[in-house]
Design a binder for this molecule. Structure first.
Ligand code: FES
Ligand code: MG
Length: 571
């Protein structure tokens, strides 16, 4: 048998192998060290990541599968990020979670890993880590929540919060009813049940080939999730024997398939920064423009909130991811592999659609061209993105005066001022929310509308921001404006009253100010002063090294892979 990586710790009779083995003899029998694979379960279960709180139960099924296949399962709690809990934004910690996980996978005596994630940043950070250490790895997604209902209608996680809070501000919903909806929305264990970032990244992990086929999208409380977890545990042992590493699974073709799927699913704009960051760890050539080139013409087939009506439980019932992928099969790279060593497209043969309301036929899409559009112009020299599927069609070509906010605090202080000079034609600009500026590029781009316009019945306006938008949000929102204001982008030079020109069909985002005048303007002092300058700690390291959104907002020193080798002993 080929020598395992874990044998570098455990094989032999010297002092060091004694140290490694002896301390593990707390429940592990002697034959645990006879050359069988040692497998980490990288577990993001945490009470403070409520969407992942059930992952210990999932880990038990993975562990059973690993044991059944002759492996040794080892629980490895890793940094976990609760999207709704951590401040200032979970995105500030994504790269840190990826780094910490990568280092612990490399440092420990393991031969492979099962990655347990769910809530927004957890699957991206685990995939970034696995790509950089490149040990055999498989993702086991924790699955979405069941559908909750309020006033007799389904209430989507996140999406419902944006809708109901606007109703409260417009005076059409009482504060008491608003609070009553909380436990209707969060009905069960699992991650958000809309096509937000967690659902998107769980499904895209499968499209990238990194889950067992057919696993992504199974609701968290569904018995089949634990069955899938068991099968994943069995399978990782095979992967280790086959030496199948993330670098052999995730190819450029896999990423292009993920871009096609992102459009057909109506997935989160956050997938842009996450896929770019994962590709950056693998050294796979992928740019923001690939999203437009490959995805923009792909039709929207899935009628899920926030772009549509249904929720993840409905998608699973209607045939799930494979049924969606089968509709766009001709657009997929047939050579892209999965963790089984077989191509993804092979698994689509048995796909069936059981509900044509939820998964539309290719000929009758919800929207004919739904992928992310990448805009350029004098306001976004390095690009900005918009999700036309979540926007108001009549606003996709728009000209209007800017109303500029220099920070989130400035926005909160002035947005509802009755004297704020704003009309439905205005373009709301929020800056200082990029990776460096906030720091961490929070999900604030879907800024609320001014109360006085809400009262007039206005429900959408053009909004522009150098931050991100929650995958559960909707609206005509231009986000990820690059370079961000804090990095000297022209967004810092826009003034209230400047005319903004958005033309999504032409892929343009401009401010109608002559080039010479724009060049001569100094960046607004308030926008620059809002730039966070942390003195120490991760935040300091982050703002000093983080890249811009158009390349995935990873830290420069984390790009690429270091492999799994550790040459020096600990004693
Ligand atoms: Fe955890 Fe939405 S808050 S997935
Ligand atoms: Mg989010």
């Amino acid at each position: 048998m080929q020598s395992r990586r874990s044998a570098q710790w455990y094989a032999g009779n010297d002092r060091n192998s004694y140290l490694h083995r002896a301390w593990m003899r707390r429940g592990l029998p002697a034959d645990a060290f006879d050359g069988r694979p040692h497998i980490a379960i990288a577990n993001t279960a945490s009470d403070l990541t409520p969407c992942n709180a059930h992952l210990d139960e999932v880990a038990r099924s993975v562990r059973d599968g690993i044991h059944e296949a002759g492996g040794i399962a080892l629980n490895l709690p890793v940094v976990s990020l609760g999207e709704t809990q951590v401040r200032p934004t979970a995105m500030l910690w994504r790269n840190m979670a990826a780094m910490a996980t990568e280092e612990m996978l490399r440092a420990n005596p393991i031969d492979g890993v099962v990655l347990l994630g769910g809530c927004d940043k957890t699957i991206p950070s685990l995939l970034m880590a696995a790509a950089s250490v490149d040990l055999p790895a498989v993702v086991m997604p924790g699955g979405p929540m069941l559908t909750g209902t309020f006033r007799g209608a389904p209430l989507g996680c996140g999406t419902g919060v944006w809708q109901l809070s606007e109703e409260v501000r417009a005076g059409t919903l009482s504060a008491a009813e608003f609070i009553r909806s909380e436990s209707s929305m969060i009905r069960s264990k699992g991650h958000c049940n809309t096509m937000g970032t967690a659902s998107t990244m769980g499904l895209l992990a499968e499209v990238l080939g990194m889950t067992l086929p057919g696993v992504a999208g199974i609701p968290a409380p569904d018995s089949r999730l634990l069955e899938a977890a068991h099968a994943t545990g069995v399978h990782v042992v095979d992967m280790i024997d086959a030496g199948r590493r993330p670098s052999a699974v995730m190819s450029r073709g896999s990423f292009l398939n993920a871009i096609v799927a992102l459009a057909a699913l109506g997935g989160s704009t956050n997938a842009v920064v996450h896929l770019l960051a994962i590709a950056g760890r693998l050294g796979v050539e992928l740019t923001q423009d690939d999203f437009d080139r490959t995805g923009a013409h792909v039709p929207l087939l899935v009628d899920l909130q926030p772009a549509g009506r249904f929720l993840m439980d409905d998608l699973h019932r209607a045939g799930g991811l494979h049924a969606v992928l089968n509709e766009v099969r001709d657009l997929l790279d047939p050579a892209a592999l999965t963790v089984t060593g077989r191509p993804l497209v092979e698994y689509l043969d048995s796909a069936q659609v059981y509900d044509r309301e939820v998964i539309r036929p290719r000929e009758q899409p919800l929207q004919p061209a739904a992928g992310i559009a990448v805009l350029y112009g004098n306001l976004a020299p390095d690009g900005a993105v918009i999700k036309p599927a979540a926007a108001s069609p009549e606003l996709l070509s728009h000209r209007g005066p800017a109303v500029v906010f220099d920070s989130i605090e400035d926005l909160h202080a002035r947005l509802d001022d009755p004297d704020l000079g704003v009309t439905a034609d205005s373009v709301l600009i929020l800056r200082g929310c990029g990776p460096k500026g906030y720091p961490g590029m929070p999900e604030v781009a879907n800024l609320p509308l001014p109360a006085k316009l809400l009262a007039e019945g206005i429900r959408d306006m053009v909004r522009i921001c150098d931050g991100r938008m929650s995958g559960t949000a909707y609206g005509t929102v231009v986000l990820h404006v690059t370079p961000e204001a804090a990095a000297g982008g022209p967004l810092a030079k826009v003034r209230t009253g400047d005319i903004i020109v958005l033309d999504v069909a032409a892929r343009r985002l401009d401010v109608d100010v002559p080039d010479a005048e724009l060049a001569a303007r100094a960046p607004a002092a308030a926008a620059v002063n809002a730039f966070a300058r942390p003195r120490r700690g991760w935040e300091r390291l982050y703002v000093d090294t983080v890249g811009q959104a158009n390349t995935g907002a990873d830290c420069d020193f984390l790009l690429g892979s270091s492999g799994d080798e550790v040459s020096r002993e600990s004693h």
